[in-house]
Each structure stands twice: as structure tokens, then as C-alpha cells.
Write a protein that binds this ligand. Structure first.
Ligand code: ZN
Length: 556
């Protein structure tokens, strides 16, 4: 197997000689401060060998060069999602889609329909329900799934931090009045103490442990299905926020067989001690002459999510006094793993949503960094959703990266202030405050929690409005990003967050030939129109991995 210790660097790349491919367009936005816009880009062997004027590009053209004239289209550096879950998207695309469903009854109908074509006793899985959209605003119960008892039914909440199951699943898993919730989890109960069928955070494991194991072949299918969808939406890469041994093996197979159509920066599942030990012993994994897959990062969880009140807050929830959420991992535990990771040459990314979790993570990082003052570690806080005012400065001081998801803000805005109250909300989704302090914000979607569409992310970042343009002027609009900052978040700053700004994230000579081609000039149109913008083509390493019908016509 061909892999080496970390050796990412520029391949020597002579500029002379013909290009394999030349792209011409009215506006090719480079995200390179030296020449923000060019007319033409020349590509050879997957790398950019020229970016500049159309006239000069002719020097690189010979009879074998493919030239694509992108009449009126606009080119961006390939968009990267800095926090997402690829296999979950594939699985999601293969599951019941409960997004936007307006009541438990509507969901029950869908399950009943699905049962018709599913053999008895086979599991029915779904994902995407959100009780905040229902008139009751209350968690559902197994009673809402009456009539489905012939099949185990397992439905995850939109944020993945709660599961709603039917009576059959409670019985199979032996979850009853006497079951105690595991640490970091909660079993929702009725007045008599009986489980209602909703399990929070670690309590979901009571069911997950009983689920039939997924065969590796299924993961391959999920990865491929998800990559296809991502390419269609203009993504050329992603940071996969937590992969276990099985997924790593499948990624490695797909890398070696050349089947990846996106570049993957995979984060190791930090709860798997054996996996960490193995990788800490061998060091980061990168492939020689292949920039499609790297493993140099550990993912940890400090808390849960805000929607299910699992996020760890310094003070109780404003709409649930007495509940401050749950710290899944404390500062000391994060510090222990972070310092082992740093010694072994790994980056650490810790999921922290509540202000208590963010603080615990910063405390842990500060301690680890103080002991390792030299070096460039790029420790990340995934989500960084609610930050206490005292902690905002610490991100810049410690050079810790807030990795954020613009669409989380616009999905959470209808109820976030109920959870947090008028003061804490000022430190929530606080992009502008972080940018003003010089932080780079890699942007992601956390798909399949949100849509993988990066243009929706850019729209959310630049407007803080939903797709109907609500609220007018934007939700806490002082925290908005500019369109340019948002695009940076999905390109060069995402690349920085994976130590890859030398080879991707902008259109510059020597970098990988990854591009996202869109039908509107997102820097000039009214921000509302970003939502209507369509990806017409996606190019990864000089290869066209997606082209819509119009773009197909332009390819010679
Ligand atoms: Zn995530």
C-alpha cells in the first residue's frame, strides 16, 4: 500500500508546454488577492499551470488541448464543506426523508406506506423530524407510531441528537421503566416513569447497539451516492467530521481504486481508543502523489445540540430552568487527548455548541498549547455556536479555529433565543465578532443535518435570513458575513483548516485544478438571488465530475 508520513507539498510543475484543458470565462474569481479575477485558466495533469488573460492562455493551447468557453458563466475555486458527514448523507439519501414534516401524524403515514414494501421485522429508519415545526412543539412518543408494531421503527431528529422509536424497538432493546440512561444521555419518560420512545444523545446507543451491522459494501454505496450529490451541488471536497474503522477502510479502498470524486479530510472518531492508538503510533496518513484523502485529525465531542437541549451551557436554559445540558467530555479529558494528538502530529477538532462546552474546549486547548508553544496545530472548535463574551477573544489569542455552519444559524433562529435569552444570544453564531478579531472561519453545512448545498450556506452567511427572506434585514444582521467572506469560508479558509491552503482553496498556478462553475455572478447579484444560483459544472483535479445539460453542450 502506498502511503507515507505527511508529505503534502507542491509538486514540481513546469509552466511550459501545452495544457490538457483551458477554461475561458467572463469572470473567473480566484480568491487570490494578487489577481482576484482572470479570463482564463490552463490545466495540466490535474494542476493549474496558468491563470490570467485569455490572450496569454493561447500560449498553452495546442491541437490536443480541450478548450471550454464558459459563455456567461462564472467560475469559483472548488467549494469545500469544512464539516460534514459523507456516509450519513448517503444513508440519508437512502432513508425516509422527514425534513419539514408538519406533525407526528404525517410521519406515521409515511412509515405505514414504507412498511408495505418492507419485509416484516426489517428495520425502518428515517431522519429529519423536528418538533419545533409542529403545532405542539413537543417531543413525539411511541404512541404516535401506533400501528407500526410489525416493524422496528427508528427515526432520528434533524440534528441527530435525539431518536424517536416505536414500541417494538423499546421491547427489542429492553428499554423500560427500570432502564437507567447511560452517562451523557437521557430517556424521556411519562409521569409514571415509562419511556415515551424519545432518547437523547448517549441514550440513543441503547438502540444503536442493537441495529443490524452495516456491511462495508453498503458504505461504499452510501459514499458514492453522497459524492455524486455533492458534486452536483458544486462541492469538490469535504472534512468528514468523525469516521470509524469501517469508514476509513472504505475510504482507503476508494482512494486506491481512484473512485473518489471529492477530496476528503477525514477526522478520526475520538471515542475509539484503539483506533487513536493505532494512528498515533503510525502518524498521519497521506498518499504520495494523491491529494484525495488524508487522515491527520481527531474529532471529539464536548456536548450535544441546542435543539434537543443537550448543548452544555454555563447557566440553565432560559426555557428549561434547572437544565444546563450535558458535558459529554470535560476539559481534562479533551486536554489528555489533545496533548497525545499534538505529540503524534495530529490536529484536534472538538464539537462544542454550548458556551460551557466551548469554554471547556478552549481551556483544554490552552493548556495543551502552552505546553507546546512552537508549531502550527490549527486546533478547531466545531460549531462554536454559543460563546461567552469573555471567550470570544480567546479564539484569536490561541489561534484556535472556529469551524462554523451558516445554515445552523438560520435553521435555529426561530427558537434559539427561547433557549438562550436576550443576553446569551449576543454570543451566538457570532461570525462578525470572530472575523473582526482576525479569525478565519471555515464554513460547512454539517450535512445531512442541513442541506449540503454550499450556495445555501453562502446565502445564510450573507443574509441571516430564511429562504423566504425572513426576518426582514436578517436575524442579528450585525453578525453577517460579506459574500466574499462566506466564499472564503467555503474555499481558502476551509483549505487552511485542513493544512491545505498551499494546494487548494484558490485559483493559482501550482494548485489543484478544482472549480465550481455557476450561472450567476454571486458577488454582484442581490443577495436573495444567491438562492436561485445554479451550479452548472464541477471540476476536480481537471476532471469534469458534474455538468448540467447546458454545460455539457459547451464541452467539446
Ligand atoms: Zn457534525
Amino acid at each position: 500500500m502506498l502511503f507515507t508520513f505527511l508529505s503534502v507539498g507542491l509538486m514540481s510543475c513546469g509552466n511550459k508546454g501545452p495544457a490538457d484543458l483551458i477554461l475561458k470565462g467572463d469572470r473567473i474569481y480566484t480568491m487570490d488577492a494578487y489577481q482576484p479575477k482572470v479570463d482564463a485558466v490552463a490545466i495540466r495533469e490535474g494542476r493549474i499551470i496558468f491563470a490570467g488573460s485569455e490572450a496569454e492562455s493561447e500560449e498553452f493551447q495546442d491541437s490536443d488541448t480541450r478548450v471550454i468557453d464558459l459563455q456567461g458563466f462564472f467560475v469559483l475555486p472548488g467549494l469545500i464543506d469544512a464539516h460534514a458527514h459523507l456516509s450519513s448523507l448517503g444513508k440519508y439519501l437512502s432513508q425516509l426523508d422527514l425534513i419539514g414534516m408538519q406533525s407526528p401524524g404525517e410521519i406515521r403515514e409515511l412509515v405505514l406506506k414504507e412498511m408495505e414494501g418492507t419485509p416484516e421485522s426489517s428495520w425502518i429508519s428515517g431522519r429529519g423530524w423536528d418538533q419545533n415545526l409542529w403545532s405542539t412543539k413537543k417531543f413525539p412518543s411511541w404512541r404516535d407510531l401506533r400501528g407500526t408494531e410489525s416493524h422496528p421503527v427508528y427515526l432520528r431528529r434533524v440534528d441527530g441528537h435525539a431518536a424517536w422509536v416505536n414500541k417494538t424497538v423499546l421491547d427489542i432493546c429492553g428499554i423500560d421503566k427500570n432502564t437507567t440512561a447511560p452517562e451523557g444521555g437521557k430517556i424521556i419518560r411519562d409521569r409514571q416513569g415509562n419511556p415515551t420512545g424519545v432518547l437523547i444523545d448517549n441514550a440513543i446507543n441503547l438502540v444503536k447497539d442493537q441495529l443490524p451491522a452495516t456491511p462495508p459494501q453498503e458504505y461504499r454505496n452510501w459514499f458514492k451516492k453522497a459524492m455524486k450529490e455533492c458534486n452536483r451541488l458544486g462541492l469538490v471536497g469535504l472534512h468528514d467530521a468523525g469516521v470509524d474503522t469501517t469508514r476509513l477502510d472504505v475510504y482507503r479502498e476508494l482512494t486506491e481504486s481512484g473512485e473518489l470524486t471529492m477530496r476528503i479530510h477525514a477526522m478520526l472518531d475520538g471515542d475509539d481508543e484503539t483506533l487513536l492508538q493505532e494512528y498515533f503510533q503510525n502518524g498521519p496518513l497521506t498518499y504520495e502523489d494523491d491529494s484525495f484523502f488524508q487522515v491527520r485529525t481527531v474529532k471529539l465531542y464536548a456536548d450535544g445540540a441546542l435543539g434537543s437541549r443537550g448543548a452544555a451551557l454555563l447557566e440553565p436554559y432560559s426555557d428549561d430552568p434547572g437544565n444546563s445540558g450535558l458535558l459529554i467530555r470535560d476539559a481534562d479529558s479533551i486536554y489528555q487527548t489533545a496533548s497525545l494528538a499534538i505529540d503524534a502530529g495530529f490536529q484536534v477538532c472538538t464539537h462544542a455548541i454550548g458556551d460551557a462546552a466551548v469554554r471547556a474546549t478552549l481551556d483544554a486547548y490552552e493548556k495543551a498549547l502552552t505546553e507546546n508553544p512552537e508549531g502550527d496545530y490549527r486546533l478547531r472548535v466545531e460549531h462554536s455556536q454559543i460563546i461567552a463574551s469573555d471567550d470570544i477573544d480567546r479564539f484569536a489569542e490561541l489561534k484556535v479555529i472556529p469551524s462554523m455552519q451558516p445554515t445552523h444559524a438560520t435553521s435555529d433562529m426561530p427558537w434559539a433565543e427561547d433557549r438562550l435569552g436576550p443576553d446569551r444570544i449576543k454570543g451566538a453564531y457570532a461570525w462578525r465578532q470572530l472575523l473582526n478579531r482576525g479569525c478565519k472561519i471555515p464554513c460547512g453545512s454539517d450535512f445531512p443535518v442541513e442541506s449540503p448545498n454550499p450556495l445555501w450556506g453562502i446565502y445564510a452567511a450573507a443574509t441571516r435570513q430564511d429562504h423566504q427572506g425572513q426576518p426582514p434585514g436578517g436575524w442579528y444582521p450585525q453578525e453577517r458575513m460579506t459574500v466574499e467572506e462566506a466564499v472564503r469560508g467555503f474555499t481558502i479558509d476551509a483549505a487552511y483548516a485542513e493544512f491545505a491552503e498551499d494546494i487548494k482553496g484558490s485559483i493559482e498556478v501550482g494548485k489543484l485544478a478544482d472549480f465550481t462553475i455557476v450561472d450567476r455572478d454571486i458577488f454582484r447579484i442581490p443577495r436573495a438571488e444567491i438562492l436561485e444560483t445554479k451550479v452548472v459544472g464541477t471540476i476536480v483535479g481537471g476532471k469534469i465530475v458534474y455538468a448540467d445539460l447546458v454545460m455539457k453542450d459547451l464541452i467539446p
